[in-house]
Write a protein that binds this ligand. Structure first.
Ligand SMILES: C[S@@+](CC[C@H](N)C(=O)[O-])C[C@H]1O[C@@H](n2cnc3c(N)ncnc32)[C@H](O)[C@@H]1O
Length: 246
C-alpha cells in the first residue's frame, strides 16, 4: 500500500471480498480460465513451474529430500494446481496447506490432494497454522482491488514464514500505475515493492509470451516452439515472478 493511501474501513474490505467471491463464482470458474488444453494458460503454467523450480534451487531446496521436509502454504490456491505440481516434484502433501476464499475450488482441490490441509475462507482473517518455509502467492493480488486488503495479505504471508523462509510471488505487472477494471487491476512494481515493505525481491520480469503470439505459434509449430520463443523473451509481456527470502 502506498504510504499516502489511507487504510480502508472493514466494510470496504468486506465489500471487496464479496466482489471477489461473485467474480470467481459467476465468471472465472465457469470459464475454466486455467485449462491447460488452451495454449496460453498452458505456457503460463509451465513458465510458473520453471520459476518456482529456479526459486527452490536458488534457496537451497535443491533435492527431493530437502523439498520433502519443507512446510508449504499456497495462498489463493484455487483448485490446487500449484500444490499438485509441487507434490509431483517431491513435497510431502501432509506438510502442505492451501487456502482459497471459494469453497467450490477448495472442494476440487481436496479431491485432488486429500492429504493437504485445506482451508476455505479469506486468508486475511483465517487461521491456517504455520509457520512455513515456503509461502506461494500466485495470481492473487490482481484479483483484489482494495490496497489495504492487498497489504494485509502480503503482511500475513511474511508473518507466517520461518526465518530463512521464502515468499514466491507471481502476478501481472505494469511499469506504470494503470486503471483497474471492475474485477482486475494490474500491479506496478513500485506498488508491490511497497507491499513487500522494503524487503529485497529477486524479480524475473516480462516472463510470459504474449497471447496473440502464442496463439499463432502453437497451432502451427506446437508448444515446444512457443516455449523456445517465450525463452527468448522478445514477445513477452509483464507476467512477472519474484521471490523474497526473510
Ligand atoms: C487467478 S486465481 C489463481 C489461483 C492459483 N493461485 C493459481 O495460480 O492457479 C486467484 C485465486 O485467489 C483467490 N482469492 C482471492 N482473494 C482471496 C482471499 N482474500 N483469500 C483467499 N483466497 C483468495 C480466488 O478465489 C482465486 O482462486
Amino acid at each position: 500500500m502506498s504510504e499516502t493511501s489511507p487504510p480502508s474501513s472493514d466494510a470496504a474490505i468486506e465489500e471487496d471480498l464479496d466482489r471477489i467471491r461473485r467474480f470467481y463464482r459467476d465468471k472465472f470458474l465457469p470459464e475454466n480460465a486455467w485449462s491447460t488444453l488452451l495454449p496460453r494458460p498452458y505456457l503460463y503454467l509451465r513458465q510458473r513451474q520453471r520459476r518456482l523450480r529456479d526459486t527452490l534451487i536458488e534457496c537451497g531446496i535443491d533435492t527431493p529430500e530437502r523439498l520433502r521436509s519443507v512446510d508449504v502454504l499456497d495462498v489463493g490456491a484455487g483448485t490446487g494446481t500449484n500444490l499438485t505440481w509441487l507434490v509431483e516434484l517431491g513435497a510431502d502433501p501432509s506438510r502442505c496447506t492451501g487456502i482459497d476464499i471459494m469453497p467450490e475450488s477448495v472442494a476440487v482441490a481436496r479431491e485432488r490432494l486429500p492429504l493437504v490441509h485445506w482451508y476455505s475462507g479469506d486468508f486475511s482473517s483465517t487461521d491456517v497454522g504455520g509457520p512455513f518455509d515456503v509461502v506461494m502467492l500466485l495470481a492473487v493480488l490482481t484479483s483484489i482491488l482494495d490496497p489495504s486488503l492487498k497489504q494485509r495479505i502480503v503482511d500475513r504471508c511474511f508473518s507466517l514464514l520461518r526465518p530463512g523462509g521464502v515468499l514466491f510471488f507471481y502476478d501481472y505487472m505494469s511499469k506504470k500505475e494503470v486503471r483497474g477494471s471492475e474485477n482486475y487491476k494490474r500491479l506496478s512494481y513500485a506498488e508491490v515493492d511497497g507491499y513487500f515493505r522494503g524487503r529485497t525481491a529477486r524479480w524475473w520480469r516480462r516472463d510470459y509470451l504474449r497471447a496473440s503470439v502464442a496463439n499463432r505459434i502453437v497451432p502451427r509449430f506446437g508448444v515446444t516452439a512457443a516455449e523456445l520463443v517465450q525463452a527468448l523473451g522478445w514477445f513477452n509481456i509483464e507476467g512477472s515472478f519474484a521471490y523474497v527470502r526473510v
